[in-house]
Write a protein that binds this ligand. Structure first.
Ligand SMILES: Nc1ncnc2c1ncn2[C@@H]1O[C@H](COP(=O)(O)OP(=O)(O)OP(=O)(O)O)[C@@H](O)[C@H]1O
Length: 228
């Protein structure tokens, strides 16, 4: 089942008296249970692609679909609701709240979303166990390693059972062994939870762990590898 579709998306930014084309007629599709890496040089449009898929930027033209629903051209309030309930985000830094335990990070994310489904403490604990942190549920961020913090961020992003997981360079602060662990974990959870994951990465050493890849150059798709 295809979860995310970007169809012919163009995004421009004003640049003095010219226009900078950050995404130039980009199309891609990501299925349930698929990790798609998005690669390309600095400035090629990777973050712009995530911003459009995550409804943080509105494209000039083209369409974003999630589970068949067209998401383009809705109100800001509707965009925010989709972001809270149907999309999980993981950034370069884990962005955990310093005073909360690992378990509380997930409980807060569930509460903020005001989920129609009640997210139980059991689900939060199960997700922390799934990322290998069953014994760290009561720890605060400063008591966790960088890799562990990133794993809490991944568990938190999945707590509301999103259709789409958007991940921006999650391994940039980690060494290569830890990077592989984090990407392997993302792949496993993506398959288990049947989420569609878009992983922006510079880290070519982890590409053997993903299912598919879109490479950008100057805002255009220059190569695409589809799932095996
Ligand atoms: N808010 C903005 N205003 C103007 N130009 C922008 C803005 N954000 C990005 N750009 C430009 O759009 C182009 C694509 O940028 P983007 O950040 O998407 O690339 P990237 O591949 O994510 O780069 P990096 O790997 O360095 O994060 C670049 O030329 C960038 O300078």
């Amino acid at each position: 089942m295809t979860r995310l579709i970007l169809d012919d998306v163009t995004l421009t930014y004003p640049d003095g008296d010219r226009t900078l084309v950050a995404l130039d007629r980009v199309s891609l599709a990501v299925r349930a249970g698929e990790v798609r890496a998005v690669t390309g040089a600095s400035g090629s449009g990777k973050s712009s692609l995530l911003a459009v898929a995550g409804l943080l930027q509105r494209p000039d033209s083209g369409v974003v679909r999630l589970d068949g629903d067209e998401l383009t051209g809705r109100s800001r309030r509707e965009d925010a609701e989709v972001r809270r309930n149907r999309i999980g985000f993981v950034f370069q830094q884990a962005n955990l709240l310093g005073s909360l335990t690992a378990l509380e990070q997930l409980q807060l994310a569930a509460r903020v979303a005001g989920n129609r489904r009640q997210v139980t403490d059991e689900r939060c604990r199960d997700l922390l166990a799934a990322v290998g942190l069953e014994r760290e549920t009561a720890r605060r961020p400063h008591q966790l390693s960088g890799g562990q913090r990133q794993r809490v961020a991944i568990a938190r992003a999945l707590v509301n059972d999103p259709a789409l997981l958007l991940v921006d360079e999650p391994t940039s602060a980690l060494d290569s062994a830890r990077s592989r662990e984090v990407v392997r974990l993302l792949a496993r959870l993506t398959h288990e939870q049947q989420v569609a994951t878009v992983l922006v990465t510079h880290d070519l050493d982890t590409l053997d762990l993903v299912d598919s890849r879109t490479e950008l150059a100057d805002g255009r798709v220059v190569a695409a590898v589809t799932p095996r």
